[in-house]
Write a new protein. Sequence first.
Length: 291
Amino acid sequence: MRSLLFVPADSPKKLDKAMASGADALIVDLEDSIALDGKAAARQSAAAFLKEAMASAARPYVMVRVNGLQTGLTDADLDTIAPARPDAIMLPKTEGGAAVIHADAKLAVREATAGLPDGHIKILPIATETAAALFLTGTFAGASARLIGLTWGAEDLSAELGAQTNRDAQGRFLDPYRLARTLCLAGAAAASVQAIDTVYVDFRNAEGFRRECEEACRDGFTGKMAIHPAQVPIINDVFTPSASAITHARAVVAAFAANPGAGVVGIGGVMYDRPHLCRAKQLLARTERRE
Ligand code: COA
Ligand code: MG
């Protein structure tokens, strides 16, 4: 998944528009973009949308961001949306693997009740939204077979840390958030799942957005969340491996295949060893999954 577009669950117009946005995944939001007294109506709107969307032939991956386990709202969210068979839930304010195990159990009950296969609904946690969560980013490995990735958030974290801002004057994340970003990346790699970069709220700034996508891709993220349809094509462009990157990865794999048992090879005057082979294989696997 390269692009994941947030859509407030209470906006049928945006939900329709999102279906045609070109995003690999939609995140139908029941959490921060919905006011407390609108939660019940938003759940109904999300379920009605899922009913149609999940049945349409060419559709994106569809997940629902439920309210966090701390809120007391998660059960009612799941009661309404699980029977409508979303591909996944996004779990905000997740505090480590234990919270994923908790959500897994809640989903298993709903799947049994609704007659869905056990494990059908996957989980994508936002892993860095509380201070406590930062210390638990290494605990996701093996928590649940439902885990499909990790993403991170800076808005709730900055509120929790008491910060005045989370970005500098040039729009780059400040140190506490760069740490959270790195912990998400390492936590995802340790759990062998996809790392997905956070949102960029300045949605009219295409140049700043592209730079942030490129920096994320460079560092090992393989997708990014969007809040506006205009961000989707930029994400898809940056996170799709280029033809030259694919050719190069194939050359690295071929060089090792031609030298069985070799730990290191030279291509065009440059040394490649096992980590390079591993990276080349990962890139080709991502490309093949989309073909
Ligand atoms: N998904 C689908 N459609 C969207 C959209 C989204 N996330 N954001 C905007 N659009 C639609 C608008 O409805 C508008 O449609 P129209 O041309 O038919 O009127 C069009 O895209 C252009 O929108 P624009 O006028 O540029 O922005 P806006 O002022 O209407 O909306 C936001 C700005 C921030 C309110 C909106 O982008 C949004 O709701 N984003 C998601 C917020 C969210 O879910 N936050 C939680 C996660 S951090
Ligand atoms: Mg939030």
